[in-house]
Design a protein around this ligand. Structure first.
Ligand code: TYC
Length: 102
C-alpha cells in the first residue's frame, strides 16, 4: 500500500504539506527633507540595486509618494526595514521604510 496506506485496503496518497514562506513588499515613503543621494545610497547598500536602478526607484518615490524596493521573506524584509530606519535615524533624516504582506 505504501505511502499513506490505511487499514481499509484502500490506497491513499498523502502529499507532505510544505508551507511556502509568505512574502513581504518593502516600501520607501517620500518626505520633503531626506536628500536624494542618501536614498540612492540606501537602495544600493541595503537593497543591492545598481546606481541606475536606485536612482529610478528614488525618483519614483519622490514623484509618486511611495515605491517598492523589493519583495522578500518576512525576516529578510524586517532586517532591511530595520537597516533603513537605523541609518535614517543615525543621519537625522525622516526617511520612512515599511513592509506589507504581499
Ligand atoms: N523628496 C526628497 C527630496 O526632495 C527625496 C526623497 C526621495 C526622500 C525618496 C525620500 O523615500 C524618499 N529631497
Amino acid at each position: 500500500e505504501g505511502q499513506g496506506g490505511n487499514q481499509t485496503g484502500i490506497a491513499t496518497k498523502t502529499r507532505p504539506k510544505t508551507k511556502r514562506p509568505s512574502l513581504y513588499r518593502v516600501l520607501l515613503l517620500n518626505d520633503d527633507y531626506t536628500p536624494m543621494e542618501f536614498v540612492i545610497l540606501i537602495l544600493e547598500q541595503v537593497f543591492n540595486k545598481s546606481r541606475d536602478e536606485a536612482t529610478r526607484i528614488m525618483l519614483h518615490v519622490h514623484n509618486k509618494g511611495v515605491g517598492e524596493c523589493g519583495i522578500y521573506p518576512y525576516e529578510v524584509a524586517e532586517t532591511k526595514v530595520t537597516r533603513v530606519m537605523d541609518a535614517a535615524r543615525q543621519n537625522q533624516h525622516p526617511l520612512q521604510c515599511v513592509m506589507e504582506k504581499q
